[in-house]
Design a protein around this ligand. Structure first.
Ligand SMILES: [Zn+2]
Length: 334
């Protein structure tokens, strides 16, 4: 099962359950991965079927650990949405369909092991803060920019959960009162302006705008024959086109960076961190995002100390590793 010999035979079963896929692993106590596998979530089957898959995959991983002569000691599960970590309940999730699912106890019963349930971004933040890009800092804000925007405030390796399991919803900070409508129902939330989906949507809207000049017909604009493909572009395409000098893409990218800087400045006012770790799909643009974002954040700092802005280091494995760390933490508290 493992390529490397390891004296420590304890393993943690870890699952990060997303709307489309589950990242699953057996993780050693030092945070290294002994085995990893992925499965489709198939959320359209309904929450009961997803729970059945979670239990089957977790059970299979525990069996796999035992078959290799190791000892599964705990199970950590990360899910999106609103998570009551203390009660171990997946309270609400739009993309997986969970409503008050007592997932921690279901997993613990099925596996006969102690279990922990965490929020995907919060445990991702724990992993980045302890094992990834924030490992040299004590106060870290992990910001995941993907379909939405959420954050985890991690101090000394632990993430604040909030009174209702909903801490870190930085995507719903109001940054443009007259801005586009957000999925939460309000207008002008950060995530309605600067999530990967928002960047793609904004580009498509401007590209399809028939008004002269609206689609950036000036110098540097894309040739007219590329126009039909514009409304299908992703945020990564927008980043690529902006880097290539396309005017419209550059404008959309700058607008997103400005909105993000406003949101992060509010985050720094609230949390006063050493390091902000930027993750999620949009962060794959690397310095094309972080360079201008650093400059825009710098402009907004008054008396606050400017945080170090770095790219996430663990990619999409952060949630799975964080779920394992959360399970290990819960063992220490028992
Ligand atoms: Zn919102």
């Amino acid at each position: 099962m493992t390529d490397r010999p390891d004296d420590d035979q304890r393993l943690v079963v870890a699952l990060d359950v997303g709307g489309t896929g589950m990242k699953c692993a057996l993780v050693r106590p030092d945070g290294s991965t002994a085995h990893a596998e992925r499965h489709p979530t198939d959320a359209g089957r309904g929450p009961d079927a997803v729970v059945a898959t979670v239990l089957a995959v977790a059970g299979g991983l525990a069996d796999r650990a035992r078959a290799a002569g190791a000892t599964p000691v705990a199970c950590g599960v990360a899910v999106p949405g609103v998570v009551d970590e203390a009660a171990g309940v997946a309270v609400w999730s739009a993309n997986v369909g969970f409503r008050d699912v007592p997932l921690r106890d279901l997993v613990a019963t099925r596996l006969g092991l102690p279990a922990a349930l965490g929020h995907d971004v919060r445990v991702g933040g724990i992993a980045e803060a302890r094992l990834g890009a924030g490992r040299d800092a004590r106060h870290v804000l992990f910001v995941a920019i993907g379909t939405g925007i959420a954050a985890a405030h991690v101090v000394a390796g632990s993430a604040a959960v909030g009174a209702h399991g909903a801490a870190g919803e930085i995507g719903h900070i109001l940054v443009r009162p007259d801005g586009p409508r957000c999925g939460c129902g309000r207008t002008g939330c950060l995530e309605a302006l600067a999530s990967a989906s928002a960047v793609a949507r904004r580009y498509a809207a401007l590209a399809d705008d028939p008004r002269p000049g609206a689609a950036g017909t000036g110098p540097g604009a894309a040739p007219a024959d590329t126009a039909p493909t514009r409304s299908a572009v992703s945020a990564a395409d927008v980043a690529g086109r902006a880097a290539a000098g396309e005017e419209l893409a550059g404008r959309v990218w700058r607008e997103a960076v400005e909105a993000l800087a406003d949101g992060l400045a509010t985050g720094q006012a609230l949390y006063d961190v050493d390091t902000m770790v930027i993750g999620g799909g949009l962060a794959r643009a690397g310095e094309q995002l972080l360079g201008p974002l650093r400059a825009a954040l710098h402009e907004r700092m008054t008396f606050h100390r400017e945080p170090r802005l770095v790219a996430a280091a663990l990619g999409d494995e952060a949630g799975c590793l964080g779920a394992a760390l959360l399970a290990l933490d819960s063992l220490e508290r028992r």
